[in-house]
Design a protein around this ligand. Structure first.
Ligand SMILES: [Zn+2]
Length: 342
């Protein structure tokens, strides 16, 4: 099946009250892990690539890996999303590469680090929406600032600083009306990377009530949770057991994400958990079989470990069982859809 506009998956998720994990990809093993998990659980798929991933794969490797996934898994509806586009140019080049969804992160300036103004955010996001929708491509915007910095995406804010930049529900309503985005990333105190919270988060640092307030104001808005790995303690433990150095840290508990899904969250970004799973599996091979030097011997368990995380999230977010129920529309059909809405 060709790659589908992400909007189809988000709309279906909203109609059926579930969320869809968006997993980051950088290489073949990660795409294979995601697709194997989707086959096993009958799940729709969102794969996303950061600017760092596009640089790492030189775009062409990534594009062909995506086409291979689509060819090998004709029953799985799959969207390819640009994670944290820092400028319209980044989004437009992604569309040229065949991405069916882009994020214009205008909450930050073009450097991808310093917070921008609201006016800049509205203006740049609207420009991307106009150009992307003319091609049937989905657009995610962001309002408020997330903490953490990793892999070239995310604000250079600590979690504490990020709390000062939570998404304002009134401004969210204005932003969605002015830009016409399909999905809105909200800042609720999460951050990118492994070090999100120093203890299991409570409502004062992970502010789920922001999501509930936005959902009341904008019941049809698809919200996106960034930095939403759960950082399972057992994955940290495997890394430590085999010589890794992971400090004490906590992620976003799955039950909090499930609470978000009840209130309009439709896309949940998960990257760190997969990194942790792969790293633990590779470390285990290196520690227990020091004579091993065939990359397949450590990349296979790494891929299996990531597949397990993906399966778990697909079931926990409720997307499992829905792949074959989604009625597919093409980018072309979405061009007409957006033109009618104007
Ligand atoms: Zn993010």
């Amino acid at each position: 099946m060709p790659l589908v506009p992400m909007r189809i998956l988000l709309d279906h998720a909203a109609e059926n009250n579930y969320g869809v994990a968006a997993f980051n990809v950088n290489n073949m093993e990660q795409i294979q892990a995601i697709m194997a998990a989707a086959e096993k659980t009958n799940s729709p798929v969102i794969v996303q690539a950061s600017r760092g991933a596009r640089e790492y794969t030189n775009d062409a490797y990534l594009r062909h890996l995506m086409l291979a996934a689509a060819e090998l898994h004709p029953r799985i509806p799959m969207a390819m999303h640009q994670d944290h586009g820092n400028s319209p140019a980044t989004c437009f080049s992604a569309i040229e590469q065949g991405f069916t969804s882009v994020m214009m992160d205008g909450s930050l300036s073009e450097d991808g680090k310093s917070p921008s103004t609201y006016e800049y955010n509205v203006k740049t996001t609207k420009a991307v929406v106009d150009a992307a929708h003319a091609k049937g491509v989905t657009v995610e915007g962001e309002l408020g600032c997330l903490g953490g910095i990793e892999d070239g995406h995310g604000a250079g804010l600590s979690s504490e600083e990020a709390l000062c930049h939570l998404t304002d529900p009134d401004q969210a309503a204005d932003f969605v009306a002015k830009t016409g985005v399909d999905a809105l990333a909200v800042a609720i105190g999460t951050s990118h990377g492994a070090y999100k919270f120093t203890k299991k988060p409570t409502g004062d640092v992970l502010v789920m009530t922001v999501i509930e307030k936005i959902h009341k104001k904008l019941p049809n808005c698809h919200m996106v949770m960034h930095g939403s790995s759960s950082v399972p303690q057992e994955l940290l433990e495997i890394i430590r057991q085999y010589g890794g150095d992971m400090k004490e840290t906590y992620g976003v508990p799955v039950e909090e994400i499930q609470r978000g899904i009840k209130h309009g969250v439709r896309k949940i970004n998960v990257d760190t958990d997969n990194r942790l799973a792969m790293t633990g599996a590779i470390r285990k091979v290196f520690a227990t079989k020091p004579s091993e030097f065939d990359p397949r011997k450590y990349l296979t368990p790494a891929r299996d470990a990531m597949q397990k995380v993906c399966e778990d999230r697909m079931v926990q977010f409720g997307q499992a069982g829905h792949a074959d129920k989604i009625k597919i529309k093409t980018l072309r059909e979405f061009v007409d859809f957006y033109a009618k809405g104007k």
